[in-house]
Design a protein around this ligand. Structure first.
Ligand SMILES: Nc1nc(=O)c2c([nH]1)NC[C@@H]1CN(c3ccc(C(=O)N[C@@H](CCC(=O)O)C(=O)O)cc3)CN21
Ligand SMILES: CC(C)C(=O)C(=O)O
Ligand SMILES: [Mg+2]
Length: 272
């Protein structure tokens, strides 16, 4: 864990706000482990999300619902040890905050205490208002998450674009303002029309971070393994692939297998 390095200025929730104020876009990516978090942090991303997408990406589950609070804390504490500069935000997992505000506060406090992360993220608007207020009152920064909220997938039934209808768009706008009014430091907007993202981002003071939400969010986030092409099955249209690591890693491993079989590895220099 970085105790204090005077050469590196830490990103805080205030830094994220200043970026919006300056009109500079905010870059965010997910990370679930120490090694990848180090790479993402060193590359200059301002916000690292320990997403409950770890349920899909790390554990192979079909949805984000199965991941537990203990598992999120394991991922988050690993990420925190790899990060010197970025703001580390952790998803409160399904079932750790929906019951009531005491449960929500207890879960948020466990994440802060046991992982060393800097903030939590929660899916939903008006329905979870009291829980967010209680967590904020304890001094824990909270990020909202509206639009496609994967923890409610069985309520909606699909991962299709959200808030295309006027009523749902209006609820999202109201929720976004409510989140700002109670003191959230930012809000993720997932898979909603670009025009709605523009409206919300312009009318909010706090930054919006989009995923599949068009170019007008104040920042962008992607799942690291998707944008690196490690996970080569997931290809929604909002995803841009910046590398094809699945192919690169497969070739490297196949080469290693060949070398072992051919008695080429290890050679004399690689032996004692
Ligand atoms: N690997 C990974 N990447 C993510 O971006 C991600 C996760 N996992 N898990 C949690 C949520 C779920 N998210 C998702 C999940 C599915 C679609 C998707 O399948 N979209 C398809 C079809 C949607 C439909 O119309 O039914 C698409 O083509 O956009 C998009 C975002 C984003 N998050
Ligand atoms: C896609 C992002 C916003 C997320 O919530 C996650 O990775 O869990
Ligand atoms: Mg999530």
């Amino acid at each position: 864990m970085s105790v204090h390095n005077p050469d590196i200025k830490r990103v805080t929730t205030h830094t994220i706000q200043e970026l919006k104020n300056k009109g500079e876009k905010i870059s965010a990516l997910t990370a679930y482990d120490y090694s990848m978090a180090r790479v993402v942090d060193t590359a200059g991303v301002e916000l690292i999300l320990v997403g409950d997408s770890a349920s899909n990406v790390m554990a192979g589950h079909e949805t984000t619902l199965p991941i537990t609070l203990d598992q999120m804390i394991y991922h988050a504490s690993s990420v925190v040890r790899g990060v010197k500069r970025a703001l580390v935000v952790v998803d409160l997992p399904f079932g750790s905050y929906q019951g009531n505000s005491s449960e929500a506060l207890r879960s948020a406090i466990r994440i802060m205490k046991e992982s060393g992360a800097h903030a939590v993220k929660m899916e939903g608007g008006q329905e979870i208002r009291e829980s967010i207020v209680r967590i904020l009152s304890a001094g824990v920064p909270v990020m909202g998450h509206l639009g496609l909220t994967p923890q409610s997938i069985y309520k909606f039934g699909t991962y299709a674009v959200r808030a295309k209808e006027e009523a749902e768009a209006q609820k999202l706008i109201d929720d976004a303002h409510m989140l700002e009014d109670i003191g959230c430091f930012g809000v993720v907007l997932e898979k909603i029309p670009a025009t709605l993202t523009k409206t919300v981002s312009k009318s909010l003071t706090i930054p919006t971070i989009g995923i599949g939400a068009g170019p007008d969010a104040d920042g962008q986030i992607l799942v690291l393994h998707d944008m690196l092409g490690i996970n080569n099955e997931f290809k929604p249209r909002f995803l841009r692939r910046y590398a094809d690591l699945h192919t690169i890693i497969t070739k490297a491993i196949a080469h290693y297998v060949d070398d072992v079989k051919a008695n080429d590895f290890p050679n004399e220099k690689e032996a004692y």
